[in-house]
Design a protein around this ligand. Structure first.
Ligand code: E4P
Length: 218
């Protein structure tokens, strides 16, 4: 499973890219708003920092506007993936932008049927929002399992499942087990995947014993 980071914070992105764990970046209007900077500058800078796909979301809600904004965003860099919402106009825009050979990420997906429409519209990525479904007392991961099955049943589909709205390390593990192609993860959770209390405890006792020997490897 590939890792994208879910942030528009360029310093976080640079640091994680340098660690070699990043396959791409996802942003959304809320994340770009947090930077306080113009979207074109933010997306351009991120696209220069990493080679993988960088999702940039349209804010128009009707077909024509989505396509116009999508073309503009796609023109920023070759690795931009235009994000459109899982609405009727969004699926139409997905088809139009895919036909122009732009990468498209269909976002705000909460059902397997939305994912089915996205794949038929030629989406590069489908983003089911696991955490937001869990927030409602539903099983977000079940939607990932359903989509995996549906996509595996039709070999003509090439859309990748991008598990989104990931809130915990458990979500990351479950998404990988469920067969998601990618998980987009907030920076703190991505770093948290390395942490285990037994690793920290074990390291502490190894170093205490080593200290008593007076040896140094270098
Ligand atoms: C995905 O592309 C979205 O930006 C993101 O995963 C949304 O996550 P949230 O529900 O934590 O806001």
């Amino acid at each position: 499973m590939k890792f994208f980071v879910d942030t528009a914070d360029i310093s976080e992105i640079r640091e994680l890219a340098a660690a070699g764990v990043l396959d791409g970046v996802t942003t959304n209007p809320s994340l770009v708003a947090k930077t306080g900077r113009p979207i074109r500058d933010v997306i351009k800078e991120i696209c220069q920092a990493i080679e993988g796909p960088v999702s940039a979301e349209v804010t128009a809600t009707h077909f024509d506007g989505m396509v116009a904004e999508g073309k503009l965003l796609a023109g920023i860099a070759a690795n931009v993936a235009v994000k459109v919402p899982s609405t009727w106009d969004g699926f139409r825009a997905c088809r139009a932008l895919s036909q122009l050979r732009h990468k498209v990420n269909v976002t705000l997906c909460f059902s397997a049927n939305q994912a089915l429409l996205a794949a038929k519209a030629g989406a590069t990525f489908i983003s089911p929002f696991v955490g937001r479904l869990d927030d409602l007392g539903l099983d977000g991961m079940e939607v990932i399992r359903e989509i995996r099955k549906i996509y595996d049943n039709d070999k003509s589909f090439t859309t990748e499942i991008l598990a989104s709205s990931i809130r915990t390390p458990l979500h990351v593990k479950q998404a990988a087990i469920a067969g998601a192609d990618i998980a987009t993860v907030p920076p703190a959770i991505l770093r948290g995947l390395a942490r285990h209390p037994l690793t920290e405890k074990g390291l502490e006792s190894f170093l205490a014993d080593w200290g008593k020997t007076g040896q140094a490897i270098l």
